[in-house]
Design a protein around this ligand. Structure first.
Ligand code: S3P
Length: 165
């Protein structure tokens, strides 16, 4: 994998963390997730950060996280929050960017109520769909590789094939 990070992007609920965990294991490396890094650092959930400090402050924390990754992390599979590449288009400076694409209706089908509750920007389904449509283009434009994420093992194999090409 050289020393390059593999960065998984995509909308909320597109399976970045699930795919990332399996991919990292197959590549014999570690998996990290920017939301989890931020939650650990702040000792607060993403939902609490949004509620008590607002989205703007959360985006600053993501920017700080990006700088830390760029300066300190290599050879790692990284899953980033759905808004990360939208607010930090320089994301490519930290690794190969892979967009895990899933249709909005499919995301709705896959997400549990519990998973929806954790995500402040997924509380209003109509607004979430508008956000999805806007972001699909941004994720596509920023990606080095685009993979339709239907099923984890198939997705992981497709990523590996695309990386070895
Ligand atoms: C967000 C996505 C979330 C989390 C935060 C904001 C977004 O991450 O970073 O709730 O703006 O799309 P997931 O993509 O892991 O749900």
């Amino acid at each position: 994998m050289n020393s390059t990070n593999i960065i998984l992007t995509g909308f909320m609920g597109s399976g970045k963390s699930s795919v990332g965990r399996v991919l990292a294991k197959e590549l014999n490396t570690y998996f990290i997730d920017t939301d989890a890094l931020i939650e650990n650092f702040e000792n607060m959930s993403i939902k609490e950060i949004f509620e008590t400090q607002g989205e703007e402050v959360f985006r600053e924390k993501e920017r700080y996280c990006f700088k830390w990754i760029k300066n300190n992390v290599k050879n790692t599979v990284i899953s980033v929050g759905g808004g990360f590449p939208v607010f930090i288009p320089e994301i490519k400076e930290a690794g190969i960017v892979i967009y895990l694409r899933v249709g909005f209706e499919e995301i709705l089908k896959r997400m549990t109520d519990e998973e929806i509750k954790k995500r402040p920007l997924f509380q209003d389904i109509k607004k979430a769909k508008e956000l999805y449509l806007k972001r699909d283009k941004i994720y596509t434009d920023l990606a080095d590789i685009i993979i339709e994420n239907k099923e984890i093992d198939q997705t992981v194999n497709r990523i590996k094939e695309a990386l070895w090409k």
